[in-house]
Design a protein around this ligand. Sequence first.
Ligand code: 3EB
Length: 344
Amino acid sequence: METLIISPSAQQLKQSQHVLGGICHTHGLSTDEGTVVQLPLSALAGKTELNELFLTDALSATHECTLPLGTIRYSQTREFIFGYIETEQRSGSERLEQATRQAYRAMLQLCLTLHVPHLLRIWNFVPHINEDELMTERYRLFNMGRKKAFDDFSQIINDGYPAACALGSFDDTLRIAFLASTRKPSYIENPRQMNSSSYPEQYGIVPPLFSRATLLRHDAGAALFLSGTASIVGHESRHQHDIRAQAYETLQNLNTILAQANRIMMNDSAGPMDFPYSLGLNELFWRVYIRLPEHLETVRTVLQQAGIRQAVFVKADICRTELLVEIEASANYRTPESGKMKIA
Ligand code: 3EB
């Protein structure tokens, strides 16, 4: 069984460790392995040494293919794929729905063909996500395309959707990164929030489809991915125009999701040498999307007060116009012998 370790850097890898892929924030990260993509958003807090790289204990093979609408690049080991799709997407409502559907179909077809059918995590960067086109918000068009593709591949989406995020970017390229595995993860929901697939129609006829977190066990522990999370309770956005309250509410949600994951890990623990292993907020790697750069200090203070230090802050649009901040995280649960996760 391969392990999947989330790491902030590609330096000091163990001999057996290889970069499968990931999302990088430092400019000119030097690795010739895997599919490492530059986050298509600007940093708000200056230089950072933190990245979100996925390490496997097997060397991956990397491929690049041309799609009708763009390109797909992916790296594969026996058990994992990390891939990245880029498609030109200039305005035109039908085209965003179509581009999304086709990009998702390409991703799902690839995972099916390569027998790596379980999506763990998807990162969506949707250009001009809050703009209207033909009276429909582009995020809603994105949701339509995503659902159609998932419906087209219902055989691989059978017991839950992957963790995800959907952020607004500022150029004319739709970008989708994804991580998939041969083994089935656990998909986790948040008791404080409605399952996104049940959101009422006021947010769009077609709901967003994602889980609040994914947990994948492996020989050396487990990898945890917390989805993009915002100030939503039930299905309602809370604390309009109040960045501090939104940041607190978002952290409450993330804390609740983390507690769900910790509970699953505890219940799973078989014997004394196995887990119980519970992660605290300060043991995760965080990425924080902020709509208005002037909110950086407020959000950063809220996170610091919660004990969070490993965070990257970037400017992005959030999928509902009233939401000012969205936060996601990832982390490793490790068995005692593999050592507690250390970042930086
Ligand atoms: C939400 O909870 C806020 O459309 O894939 C978070 C994570 C959000 C993923 C998505 C949207 C998505 O509905 C936004």
